[in-house]
Write a protein that binds this ligand. Sequence first.
Ligand code: ZN
Ligand code: ZN
Length: 338
Amino acid sequence: MKTLICKKPGEFGYEERAIPVPGPDEILLRMKMLGICGTDYHAFDGTQPFFEYPRILGHEISAEVANVPEGSKFNVGDLVTVSPYFSCGKCIACRRGKTNCCTAIKVFGVHIDGAMQEYISVPLSAVVPGNGLTAEELALVEPLAIGAHGVGLAQITENDTVLVLGAGPIGLGVISVLSSKGAKIIVSDVNENRLSFCMDKLGVSHLINPLKTDSLAEVRKITGGDMATVIIDCTGNLNAINGALPFLAHGGKFIMIGLQKGTIEIIHPEFHKREAMLMSSRNALPEDFNEVIRSIKEGLIRPMDLISHRIAFGEVKESFYGLSNTDQSLIKALIIFD
Ligand SMILES: [Zn+2]
Ligand SMILES: [Zn+2]
């Protein structure tokens, strides 16, 4: 089978390898589609912290069952996706059901080799049934589940006004999930293409470009002075995070999905007087995958709108650099295996 290996930052190479032999409690899947994530671009660029090379990238999986282990609920040819966060099952987080932040987590395609290969063998417990979704829709479930997890932590109701900072792939996932909750949504991004996308495809009417307007005054106007009851950061940008507190309503929640490397600065009296809640949101749980799949089936989330590029697996090596570095129209690129 064909595999694509990221040998070192900036260098991909195709290699022929044997089809993996599933171990106990594993299942063999044949890849159909693979979404490319910010993590993959950063790993290729050499800017992903704690990343080791060589590595096979890819964790946004749409695949079909290639080989059925004895007694499994799956049939050959079933479409599935994979929850790519393999947890230990023993640590404090796992024992409390928070497998998404396992102390020994291994993310497929990040800490261990991932899905840029024609066949993968993964733990049976990580496989999520496709439940009537198309192969393309299934490749979008993981990034949407990341959004659903952050939105879930905030326990959004239709009475909330949610300020989403950053409308990249994760932000767009968050906005897609939020749209199904009936909350008022405000989106802030410096990229006009992304803001228009939010308006045209996701129906968001409150859009702010902080480079062009006084965003604080804008949010004050939109909320009638109340400010946002929830802020979800999807930028992973230190300045955006440090500057977010004035936008938060008293009694509000600030959820950080985006990740950056620096130290966050919080002015204590500003934080305190709001009785604000600050939470990070890491990966996603199986129930987030299930919620996303259900919402896609019910038409509440439309993942197809997010797909801007499709690339054959054989052409990834040639086109990857241009995708991440020069293509302004990029929202989500899918690798097609057949
Ligand atoms: Zn991803
Ligand atoms: Zn664990």
